[in-house]
Design a protein. Structure first.
Lengths: 227, 227
DNA sequence: GTCGTGCCTGTCCGTCCGGACAGGGTGTGC
DNA sequence: GCACACCCTGTCCGGACGGACAGGCACGAC
């Protein structure tokens, strides 16, 4: 077992010490991570943040090398974590962002990488895996656990629901309105096209989705996540 | 700060020592919790489990006083955590189940309590709050952080979507079929009633939901969680 | 240019749907 | 008994819908 590091590393610490910031809205999770990471002599948790705004402020003040970011989701705002990821990587290009999250979603891994994340680790990882990932990212490399890497590959190769059904962009627009219960007339009005055209698109959508009634299409759309 | 306890408490330890089992599918979260809890001299993490099956087996072998249970959800199986909670509280009536989870859902707190949980703490709690909750549950009391308690009260007073809309049981049945895109004829066939009657119910549903088209009703139903 | 694709518009027709009638039956509670 | 809620059934009608015609326009690929 590694020896415990003191809460404050002495001045003149090893230049290879990695300064880490934790971003997670759950205090207990931050505590747990801090407790784990501080057992490693070369890792130092120098800051924490619980929200997007706090993270942006604190990262500027403390300048960590690594941000350990929980993408959480499933709470109120869908893409807060992704937004933060994008903002951080834009404002601090050298910053190593390592996503540590609960969710392993094929598309999410991709979106995180596109938002500037240099690593993606599911919380299901063990301590050594996490620490290895942190050191990798600190060295400028990327770090993905096996399942995240696989998910990324799948995400790249898995077409979206719309693509799977070969829906055209216009049809996607119509579907999203259709899925909200709008009538053909309403859809036409909303898209500045005639009711006939709306009907034309709806017909194509029904055919492509393999259903015959619009209510059924709404149900399919809700399953496909179009709503 | 409390002193660190050795990994194995010596025989003849304080009888008031609380033996804890951690149930969370994320190894890193378990590690973090263990690390936090073992700073307290009266708390001892004697077991961990990552799944429902493992938890049931391990709790029988190790007989902890407290199970710290992550209800997680949002993963594959919806009610695995709740099921486990119910099974544990039925098989081991004296066991103190403290739910420690990411989600604060009004209905979920209630369901957890009905499933036998003696406490509910959101992971957003700080260390002292969690430890206090564990000690409370170990003493046979219940433990809810302020927001969970409030959520429980709300959950008790918030009627379900169907109740809010004053839908009759039969209308709920019809709505669930309607929401799957079935036609009046299909609904009638499925419920062994005439198409006319299905239409009658659908009409009442539309009126009660305040919509005029069934596709709109499907959309509302998907928002209300009827699907 | 030709072809294919996406997008827009129209007509016709049969069906389904939604709304409004008008009943009958059951069970519960007062 | 009576009122009430819930459930079932039917008819009528106008409008919405779904399917199948038949066209037009713009754009990029070959």
């Amino acid at each position: 077992m590694a020896t415990l590091t003191p809460p404050e590393a002495p001045p003149g610490a090893d230049v290879r010490t990695v300064d880490i910031m934790l971003v997670d809205d759950h205090a207990i999770v931050r505590q747990g991570l801090r407790s784990i990471l501080e057992r490693e002599s070369d890792l130092r948790v120098i800051a924490e943040a619980a929200s997007r705004a706090e993270a942006l402020a604190v990262v500027g003040a403390t300048r960590p090398q690594i941000v350990l970011l929980d993408l959480k989701l499933s709470t109120s705002s869908d893409s807060e974590g992704l937004d933060l990821c994008a903002e951080l990587s834009e404002q601090y290009p050298g910053l190593g962002i390592l996503v540590l999250t609960t969710f392993l979603d094929d598309a999410l891994v991709l979106r995180a990488v596109r938002a500037g994340a240099r690593g993606y680790v599911v919380k299901d990882v063990d301590t050594s895996g996490l620490i290895r990932a942190i050191r990798d990212v600190a060295r400028g490399e990327s770090a993905f656990d096996a399942r995240s890497a696989a998910a990324m590959v799948r995400g790249l190769n898995t077409p979206t629901a719309a693509e799977q059904k070969h829906l055209t962009p216009r049809e996607c627009e119509v579907l999203s309105l259709l899925a909200r219960g709008l009538s053909n007339r309403d859809i036409g009005g909303r898209l500045y096209i005639s009711e006939t055209t709306a009907k034309f698109h709806v017909g194509n959508i029904l055919r492509k989705l393999g259903v015959t009634r619009r209510a059924e299409a709404v149900y399919e759309a809700s399953k496909l996540g179009v709503i």
